[in-house]
Design a protein around this ligand. Structure first.
Ligand code: DGY
Length: 390
């Protein structure tokens, strides 16, 4: 495939593949894997990818998406608001896909108002994100990062009975806020891996998760071991008060913003572990830092931050916080899969394909099995887009 490059008026370097392609698709960051390019090539797209690691401003995004644009793949770090969608409409843009399952950075009503479908990438982040939540849980409960820092500083002078004593997870209770795909996958990892009981809060009952935990409990009992339980709490408070570990897996909206504040933290056990791999603003970071300082046995594992990429002052100095830079979806398989799904959303709309009708998105991950469909369009209903027949 031929390639060329240019620089926008705002100074953004752009790499172009298939310069003679029929549809002009802008991608605001380099994406992993190669399937996504193959997907766009199937529809003869000219693909323009912004180079560099800095987060693009609105002016840079507008400059990048100027002239005739057919489709855009953007990032969760960019603000795709109503004004941006009006601008995109003016370019003739027909589809925007977020390179993320979450889309709180996108003003979906603004996109719907100008008739632009918004895609996202569900179905490939589930296990990868749940695994990072589990990793943060273990790291926080067993003080792995504190101990690592201690070793690297050359402070280890011999084994001591009280050195880095943390919490045992086995047989305790794991709490889940938001028992959708990722929350349920994490719950299963903790229940199966550590024989924890589960308490969850979700607007919807997760009968599949409940059935799974009950069957696992029956299996444990058949082996002469103590069973585990699962309970759906009536309110988030019920989870925060009862659990030894609480992991957040809800979407960010008006209800979940600052769900974890001083009052909620006050309901938690003094030595509980809190994990956030969802979205930063679900926790009030000032309250969280104050709570970490006042309660040294309380521990937190954070993948996301209230004002990303910044951290609230003092958080970095809390030894009882394990902090990583929004990497929950960062496995090669998932990041490549997200790119394939975002590209398939763009291709699907440009080709006039209907919306996929199953949560199984695996066929989109290989160009040889690529369905003639858009894997996930969040405002498909508002825009009266067709769904594939079951
Ligand atoms: C998403 O896709 O929403 C994740 O936060 C990316 O890691």
């Amino acid at each position: 495939m031929s390639a060329e490059a240019y620089k926008t008026a705002e100074g953004v370097d752009v790499h172009v593949t298939n310069p003679g392609g029929k549809h002009r698709v802008i991608v605001t960051k380099e994406l992993p894997g190669s399937t996504w390019r193959e997907t766009l090539a199937k529809s003869d797209c000219r693909v323009e990818v912004a180079q560099g690691e800095n987060i693009l401003s609105q002016a840079e995004l507008k400059g990048l998406c100027s002239g005739k644009v057919d489709g855009v793949i953007g990032q969760l770090t960019e603000a795709w608001d109503a004004d941006m969608f009006k601008h995109l409409k003016g370019t003739g843009c027909r589809v925007y896909s977020n390179y993320a399952v979450g889309f709180n950075n996108v003003e979906v009503p603004g996109a719907s108002a100008v008739g632009i479908p918004v895609g996202n990438t569900p179905g490939v982040l589930t296990e990868t994100t749940a695994e990072l939540a589990a990793a943060l849980t273990l790291a926080a409960a067993r003080r792995v990062v504190e101990a690592d820092v201690f070793m690297r500083a050359g402070k280890f002078a011999g084994w001591l009975p009280n050195m880095f004593v943390g919490n045992l997870l086995q047989g305790k209770t794991v709490g889940i806020i938001g028992a959708g795909r990722i929350g349920a996958a994490y719950a299963r990892m903790m229940v199966e891996g550590h024989k924890m009981s589960c308490v969850y809060y979700d607007m919807l009952q997760n009968t599949r998760l409940e059935g799974y935990v009950k069957s696992y409990s029956a299996f444990l009992e058949s082996q002469g071991e103590k069973g585990v339980t699962i309970e759906r709490a009536e309110s988030p408070e019920g989870v925060f008060a009862a659990a030894d570990v609480v992991s957040l897996h809800c979407a960010l909206d008006n209800k979940s913003k600052h769900l974890v504040n001083a009052a909620m933290l006050g309901k938690m056990k003094k030595d509980a572990v809190l994990i956030n791999t969802a979205r930063g603003p679900v926790h009030n970071e000032a309250d969280l830092v104050a709570h970490l300082k006042a309660n040294p046995t309380f521990r937190v594992g954070l993948d996301v931050f209230e004002n990303e990429p910044d951290m609230y002052p003092g958080l970095a100095h809390c030894p009882n916080a394990v902090i990583v830079p929004h990497i929950a979806s960062a496995s090669m398989w998932t990041r490549g899969g997200m790119a394939s799904l975002a590209a398939a959303n763009v291709r699907g709309v440009l080709e006039g394909f209907p919306i996929w009708n199953s949560p199984d998105v695996e066929p989109f991950l290989e160009s040889s099995t690529l369905p003639d469909a858009c894997p996930s369009i969040v405002n498909g209903k508002e825009l009266k887009m067709k769904h594939m027949d079951a």
